[in-house]
Write a protein that binds this ligand. Structure first.
Ligand code: ATP
Ligand code: MG
Length: 560
């Protein structure tokens, strides 16, 4: 689909409308504003693709702004990971900004608000304030401190800033309307006192601004025109505009808050707080555990930046919340890797196959294509010998006519090799099959040009030569949760829906050429799926992640 032909989404329509009345094209500016309190997830990727995508479309600046106003939860580690993830997704920010760089300006403005009678220090316990807040149908009550003198407010506020008051004893509130229909307008808190060191400002500030006060003013200071956020903030828009009016100077860019639907993905959760809990409680190994919906988890799992951008583009921006099926994300990575990943053979759950009429001690190197989807990918050779491994599930002693894999008395082709016929099985005392014996047709080698090599048989199996194959640890992943919306149930904790089988570690046999596969290299294990080298892998101990199976085994559909 050509980019130009796509019709404008509702965000682009909003911008086009604004260009007709409120902004010049060269004034457009966007930002991506993460709070550095965790690693970014696929929901953030959607916001990143939206904001940086608009930057590209309109050739406009896009800032990366850290909304670092809560020193309790924020850390440098998160700042670093966020930068890495945005870059990895393929985007460059114009400026790296921090809300904490604006603490002085925000403070000066707050002092102005106090002087103009638009803010006051409230010294009640938070329970009393909550009680006075009212309900959606009942107006709130004024605080007894609401009419404190300006001088007293100024003095207290400065003391709060310096940490000279008891932590939590006072807050600064905007003086708006305790009877406002929108509860957020009932004298919202602008600052709380918090005697905590900040990862950037140290102990300079013992008060910290709240989101509503910091966010819009940061947009304004940077010259942002469109401040996109998710739908939970619709009710905050009125407050965003109220604060802005108080600080606005004629002639400057006035930013607009606009909302879009957040991304929800089935079978996972999408909240940094909850993802942090999975890490802290050791449900997963780390933020980049390949089962995590974090960008770093997806990267380690083998997702490519292109596949994530494609996913974001496919789901588009919506005005209403919905849940996107995770199989769409899987579809995007399959499409991408199908074009680029070299094909190799690996056997996950093996049984030995002995070719009884193949000469003892002989081996040959068979030529095979690296990627039938890519002519430039070339060929390689793989070893063939008397004893091979094949997949247990590719053999049945007795099978019906629809089973096109190996059975006794029937023929199949070994991929890039020979046609074989099942002859007999060897079992141990427990009755389990330990070896399958077969015979091969020496004239049937693929690509040898003989009549026999052209002979069509129904099934083709992947295999590795037992003597040459190398062992590898393979980590097979499944969904982290058993239900579609693990955090939708108000009665139950999402932890109750964890899938106990989300990780299955096995030992597989892979072709010897993989011995020197490097970090993050990606492959298609033929007939099985896409796999990549995990960061735990070494030359002596290969570790693969299964990125995704070849087919959508959940939907039961046969794509690819
Ligand atoms: P979380 O609850 O996961 O921490 P958040 O919204 O608090 O999410 P922020 O770091 O404040 O996280 O968000 C940065 C930007 O990413 C915001 O503009 C926010 O709207 C956007 N964002 C966060 N989650 C999603 C999501 N699931 N879908 C789309 N955008 C999102
Ligand atoms: Mg947040």
């Amino acid at each position: 689909m050509a980019e130009e032909k796509r019709s404008l989404n509702f965000i682009e329509q909003l911008i086009e409308e604004d260009l007709r009345k409120d902004y010049k094209r060269e004034e457009l500016q966007f930002r991506f504003p993460p709070e550095p309190n965790g690693y970014l997830h696929i929901g953030h990727a959607k916001s990143i693709c939206l904001n940086f995508g608009l930057g590209r479309t309109y050739n406009a600046p896009v800032n990366l702004r850290f909304d670092d106003t809560n020193p309790i939860k924020e850390e440098q580690e998160y700042v670093d990971s966020i930068k890495e993830d945005v870059k990895w997704l393929g985007f460059e920010w114009t400026k790296e900004c921090y809300a904490s760089d604006y603490f002085q300006q925000l403070y000066d403005w707050a002092v102005e608000l106090i002087k103009n009678g638009n803010a006051y220090v409230d010294s009640q316990p938070s329970a009393a304030m909550a009680e006075q807040k009212g309900t959606p149908t009942q107006p709130g009550k004024n605080s007894p401190y609401r009419d404190r003198s300006i001088d007293e407010n100024l003095e207290l506020f400065e003391k709060m800033k310096n940490g000279e008051t008891t932590e939590g004893a006072h807050v600064l509130r905007a003086k708006i309307d305790m009877a406002a229909k929108n509860m957020l307008m009932r004298d919202p808190v602008m600052y709380r006192s918090l005697h905590k060191k900040h990862h950037r400002t140290g102990d300079k500030w013992m008060i910290y601004p709240l989101y509503d006060w910091a966010h819009g003013q940061s947009d304004y200071m940077e010259g942002v025109t469109h401040s996109f956020c998710t739908l939970e903030f619709v009710m905050h828009r009125e407050l965003y505009e109220w604060f802005l009016e108080k600080v606005y100077e004629e002639g400057k860019i006035k930013p607009k808050q606009r909302e879009f639907a957040r991304l929800n993905l089935s079978y996972t959760i999408m909240s940094k707080r909850k993802l942090a809990e999975l890490v802290n409680k050791k449900v997963v190994s780390s933020w980049d555990d390949p089962r995590m919906p974090t960008i770093s988890g997806l990267r380690r799992r083998g997702y490519t930046p292109a596949s994530i951008r494609k996913f974001a583009e496919t789901i588009g921006v919506a005005k209403r919340d919905n849940v996107i099926d995770v199989s769409l994300l899987e579809f995007c990575i399959r499409e991408d890797l199908n074009k680029t990943a070299p094909r190799v053979m690996g056997v996950l759950d093996s049984v030995k196959l002995v070719i009884t009429n193949y000469p003892e001690g002989e081996e040959e190197w068979l030529e095979t294509e690296n990627n039938p989807e890519d002519e430039t990918a070339g060929t390689r050779t793989i070893p063939f010998s008397k004893e091979l491994y094949i997949e247990k599930e590719d053999f049945k002693e007795e099978a019906n006519r629809k089973f096109f894999r190996l059975t006794l008395g029937k023929e199949v082709r070994l991929k890039s090799g020979y046609i074989i016929k099942g002859e007999k099985v060897v079992k141990n005392e427990a009755g389990e099959i330990t070896e399958i014996h077969c015979t091969y047709d020496p004239k049937s080698r693929s690509g040898s040009g003989t009549e026999e090599s052209m002979r069509k048989v129904k099934g083709t199996l992947h295999w590795v030569s037992a003597k040459h194959a190398i062992e590898a640890e393979v980590r097979l992943y499944d969904r982290l949760f058993n239900v579609e919306a693990p955090d939708a149930d108000k009665e139950k904790d999402y932890m109750e829906f964890l899938n106990p089988d989300s990780l299955n570690v096995i030992t597989a046999f892979v072709e010897p050429g993989l011995k020197n596969a490097g970090p993050m290299e990606q492959f298609q294990f033929q007939r099985l799926g896409y796999f990549n080298i995990d960061k735990d892998s070494t030359n002596d101990h290969l570790v693969f992640n299964r990125t995704v199976t070849l087919r959508d085994s959940w939907a039961g559909k046969n794509k690819n």
